[in-house]
Design a protein around this ligand. Structure first.
Ligand code: UT7
Length: 331
């Protein structure tokens, strides 16, 4: 019997309308467009300003878009997995809320908390439910409303992050397309460099944690940069070698959009032509779990059936990894 693979058969994305530019930020903290552009590659990011709007409100239009494109009803979804670290609530899962909002009444659903690797962790997990033959339609979401945990008086973090997300539909195929391989890693000792210090069971919310600004993202940027630049390049090179791919035979790199310098280092190690690297960090900044599906969404029309694509990410945890997929359709 031919092997069943999980193919991406539709994609949706969404970014909020409100733009926060580098010049806007320069009016809020001691920074400037030149510093942000040269150190990160970011020019602007999107912010969800809808009162009471959460990560699920970014995800819902993305999932509905993919249902419409594929011509399916949300009732046909078997499972929905949502990568996020800025869920609507600590519990229940944002995945549960998304399913409720779109009327996916036959799906079960859960969140994956892997920070910037949230989408590739979720995609790899979702692919297993298809490959075993258990399910026919699995939706994988990567979404974050980073503005909800950013201190807009801290120039070290507020210039980097934005809000946005995307979603893909996974369906079984017996063709040589879909998720071909993945390599994932985690190292919890990285928690000291990148985390949200309070609000969990170690330090529940209190007046003190609010006064100490401990509900905002804490990042030692330089340290995270060092780990990111090595590990994203290493894991990308590793998955290429395992699958006998070269810079010539890889058609696209879809890197997590944390910093243009990290993306460039990864592409360089992979010996890739820069034209094969998807980059939209200048428009959206770092949307954490949202970056990779947002790239696929924006590039969808350029992708051809059979294209060799490497997804690669590094983020809080630490978590990192790469997915090798062959694109399954022509738009
Ligand atoms: O996606 C999750 C994983 N996260 C990442 O991958 C992020 C990895 N880290 C980075 O991308 C970079 O470290 C940052 C973009 C966060 C920072 O860039 P950097 O080149 O590492 O800068 P730095 O933190 O070493 O700071 C250099 C200087 C410092 O001033 P002094 O000490 O040299 O006088 C900072 O105070 O730049 C200063 N600085 C700023 N200046 C203007 C820090 N933030 C700003 C700012 N505007 N926004």
């Amino acid at each position: 019997m031919a092997k069943i693979r999980a193919a991406i058969t539709a994609i949706g994305g969404y970014v909020p309308e409100d733009i926060l530019s580098n010049d806007d930020l320069a009016k809020m903290v001691d920074t400037n467009d030149e510093w942000i552009t040269s150190r990160t590659g970011i020019k602007e990011r999107r912010i969800l300003k809808t009162p009471g709007g959460g990560a699920s409100d970014i995800a819902v239009p993305a999932v509905l878009e993919l249902c419409e494109k594929r011509g399916i009803s949300p009732l046909e979804i078997d499972l929905l997995i949502c990568g996020t670290v800025t869920g609507d609530y600590n519990f229940p899962s944002t995945a549960n809320i998304i399913c409720d909002k779109i009327g996916a009444k036959n799906a079960w659903s859960f969140d994956v908390g892997a920070a910037c690797s949230g989408f590739i962790y979720s995609l790899s997990t979702g692919s297993q439910f298809i490959e075993t033959g258990k399910y026919k339609k699995v939706v994988v979401v990567g979404v974050d409303k980073m503005s909800s945990i950013i201190n807009y008086e801290d120039r070290a973090t507020c210039v980097i992050f934005g809000d946005g997300g995307g979603a893909v539909l996974l369906e079984p195929t017996e063709e040589e397309v879909g998720i071909m391989d993945f390599e994932l890693h985690s190292d919890g000792s990285g928690a000291q460099y990148l985390r949200q210090p309070a609000g969990g069971s170690v330090k529940p919310a209190s007046h003190e944690t609010v006064d100490n600004l401990e509900h905002f993202v804490f990042q030692e940027g330089k340290q995270v940069f060092k780990f990111a630049v090595i590990n994203m390049a290493d894991v990308s090179e590793s998955i290429m070698k395992k699958n006998k791919l070269t810079g010539e035979t890889v058609d696209w790199l879809v890197p997590h959009q944390a910093n243009l310098r990290i993306i460039d280092a990864t592409a360089h190690r992979m010996e890739l032509d820069p034209a094969k690297v998807m980059i939209n960090i200048q428009k959206f900044g770092n949307t954490t779990s949202g970056t990779i599906p947002l790239c696929l969404w924006e590039w969808e029309k350029k992708l051809k059936k059979g294209d060799n694509i490497i997804l690669s990410a590094f983020g809080g945890g630490f978590t990192w990894g790469a997915v090798y997929l062959k694109w399954a359709y022509n738009s």
